[in-house]
Design a protein around this ligand. Structure first.
Ligand code: DGY
Length: 381
């Protein structure tokens, strides 16, 4: 065991589960305790090293819940396998920090926490968009510095969103929720890039356009772009929502930034390495009317040199899912994944995980990413 602090819940449980961070709420603890788990939780806010997590796994560990700040690669899965572990859940929907091939090779099922952070993440992306377009963070600093000497026609001029074009790259659940919020909030046209056509989003845009027409207003337009470049060129605001893998690493680089309008707004609440952050710093230095809103960073928690000095960049510390309801829901899902596997339950067959948040949670694992590869049966609907 490392020198960092740990606490134990349900001492008498006969299955040992290691959790590398405190999680909000109690429900997740009750879920694991009901499944007969003794839960050992690291109470330190410090990010644990692979060596510290290995020490915590020790010689007997049935399951673990880990964080996106940790590298769950072959070394940890080998340790978990030799400790008798069968289940791991990431406390996140994204699992680019997890080597799923390594866990699958070691017959360890891997869970994640989709469905509870869609709206929260999209809302934060909207908040960053507004903060960037209306220069809210900059104005706040100005006020606190006592610099406000009275109303001026030219003070903190920003960009209007209404009836402009919003671009979304990656139209999955979060990208779709963000697109709808921007369209419904500001009647923006939408241009999106995704390898898949998002028929539901397109149908929503058409129906919303019809509704606007019925009110005597201009409808909104929707374009499924043929390329990332097309979105960057045409949109006034671009929000990034792809998963991070080798095809999306530095998706937005110097060449692509150069395609964007001089006064465009770029939002990233997905994963830091999707943007070449050095290129973004250079671009924002050169184009003071270009604005960015960032929740995530390439070398988190470190920022590339110069980023924090830019007034045209709004920066927040990876808080997109940070609402009480969301983070408690993520805890419930992560615990339910591990508890279900250790209880021998099947996988949940549906993308809608809401039943797990109610009083009568199904006897299933809500979201297991390698269920098929490891032959975990699906619960009959
Ligand atoms: C996730 O779940 O992937 C988020 O980044 C956490 O906020």
């Amino acid at each position: 065991m490392s020198a960092k602090e740990w606490r134990t819940h349900n001492l008498s449980g006969n299955k040992r589960v290691v959790v590398t961070k405190e999680l909000p709420g109690n429900r997740w603890l009750e879920t694991l305790a009901r499944a007969g788990c003794r839960v050992e939780i690291c109470t330190s806010p410090d990010i644990l090293s692979t060596g510290e997590i290995k020490a915590a796994i020790g010689t007997r560990c049935d399951g673990a819940i880990g964080q996106l700040t940790e590298t769950w690669g072959d070394e940890l899965f080998a340790a978990l396998e030799s400790a008798g572990g069968k289940a791991f859940s990431n406390y996140a929907v994204g699992y680019n920090n997890v080597d799923v091939a390594a866990s699958t090779k070691r017959k360890i099922l891997v869970g994640n926490t989709p469905g509870v952070l869609t709206e929260a993440t999209a809302e934060l992306a909207v908040a960053l968009t507004l903060s960037a377009s209306r220069r809210i963070a900059e104005s706040d600093v100005f006020m606190r510095a006592g610099k406000y000497k009275g109303w001026l026609p030219t003070l903190f001029l920003g960009e209007l969103l209404s009836r402009k074009t919003v671009g979304v790259i990656g139209a999955g659940r979060i990208g779709t929720a963000y697109a709808r919020m921007m369209v419904e909030g500001f009647k923006m046209d939408l241009i999106y890039y995704d390898i898949y056509q998002n028929k539901a989003l397109e149908a929503f845009m058409a129906a919303y356009g019809e509704f606007l027409k019925s009110q005597g207003e201009q409808p909104v337009a929707c374009t499924h772009a043929a390329s990332v470049e097309e979105v960057l060129q045409k949109a006034d605001v671009v929000s990034l929502h792809p998963v991070l893998d080798k095809t999306t690493h530095h998706l937005v680089n110097a060449e692509r930034l150069a395609l964007m309008q001089e006064n465009a707004i770029l939002i990233n609440a997905s994963r830091g390495p999707v943007i070449d952050e050095v290129a973004l710093v250079a671009h924002c230095q050169k184009h003071p009317n270009f604005r960015a809103g960032l929740d995530v960073y390439e070398d988190e928690p470190v920022m590339k040199p110069g980023l924090k000095d830019l007034p045209n960049v709004v920066i927040v510390p990876h808080i997109a899912s940070a609402t009480i309801w969301t983070r408690q829901g993520m805890a419930t899902l992560a615990a339910s994944n591990v508890a279900a596997i250790l209880s021998g339950y099947p996988a949940w067959p549906d993308a809608d995980i809401r039943p797990f948040l109610g009083d009568d949670a199904p006897q299933a694992a809500p979201s297991i990413v390698n269920a098929k590869e490891l032959g975990l049966p699906m619960r009959k609907p």
